[in-house]
Write a protein that binds this ligand. Structure first.
Ligand code: ATP
Length: 258
């Protein structure tokens, strides 16, 4: 594969856990500055594709480039908001320390190991919390946060490493629709200077915010928003899907699993 000028490019990527194939022949190109929504049914392989892009897994077929490099080489330029927080909520840690975790691995000298964070790191962490409108939460214990507050803090943790690409796996899965709108407004603002890839179940909702929607169900069914119609949605989610137009202008429909 020639060095790619895209922010992210996958070519004919295949991946299986053991002998269970999860992704087949997935080729997608995300340009710098795009805000891509990745949608698809449960178990369609969305999280797996994100983990491949992040270099947490390696493809068994095909190739992936991120910022023209291998995913592992590009890792420090990626911010990641995982689907579920990987730390126990009852862990006695303050919000600011959670955000600072996003700076681990950035400095050539691991300052955090030799006597705490530098003042500059703390300042950047505070500023990033303020940027996601969570500046007042710096001293709060992580276990005291609401779902929406936790998502903002995890977003700050992903941003504090000053990434070029932000990758989010269902960032609003556990919060109500009003807060979901607020988070996506924030992402739209961040898209002014960041490439964003966000996984969502809800095509109708995200299509009001993202610049393009790609549909994944083991393979990439569609990667041009304008090509998404009832047939694509049926291919994607099967017949048990209801299509609902969202009041706030979503033009595609809402996939209801049932
Ligand atoms: N570590 C793992 N080991 C084995 N199988 C896995 C592992 N992680 C995911 N899978 C399986 O791979 C398939 C794809 O999972 P993945 O999480 O990528 O899908 P998804 O589209 O993100 O789904 P969801 O919307 O439910 O999060 C599923 O059948 C899942 O059970």
């Amino acid at each position: 594969m020639k060095p790619s000028s895209a922010a992210i490019e996958t070519q004919q990527v295949g991946f299986a856990y053991g002998d269970v194939p999860v992704l087949e022949d997935v080729s997608v190109r995300v340009e710098a500055g795009e805000f891509l929504g990745l949608v698809g049914p449960n178990a369609g392989g969305k999280s797996t594709l994100l983990k491949l892009i992040l270099g947490l897994l390696s493809p068994q077929q095909g190739q992936i480039q991120v910022l023209g490099r291998t995913p592992k080489q590009a890792r420090r330029h990626l911010g990641y908001v995982p689907q579920y927080p990987a730390f126990p909520r009852e862990f006695p840690i303050q919000v600011l320390d959670v955000v600072l975790m996003g700076r681990l691995g950035l400095a050539a000298t691991p300052w955090h190991r030799v006597g705490g964070w530098r003042r500059a790191d703390r300042e950047i962490a505070r500023r990033t919390l303020a940027d996601v409108e969570a500046g007042d939460l710096a001293a709060a214990p992580i276990g005291a946060l609401s779902g929406g507050q936790l998502q903002r803090v995890l977003l700050a943790r992903a941003l504090v490493g000053e990434p070029e690409i932000l990758i989010l796996d269902e960032p609003t899965a556990n919060i109500d629709q009003r807060l979901e709108g607020e988070i996506f407004e924030l992402l739209s603002q961040l898209n002014d200077h960041l490439t964003i890839v966000v996984v969502s179940h809800d095509i109708g909702f995200i299509s009001s915010y993202v610049s393009r929607v790609a549909c994944l169900n083991r393979t990439l069914i569609c990667h041009r928003t304008e090509a998404i119609d009832g047939d694509v949605i049926n291919d994607l989610y099967g017949e048990r899907v209801r299509l609902i137009n969202h009041a706030h202008g979503g033009n595609q429909g809402h996939a209801e699993h049932g």
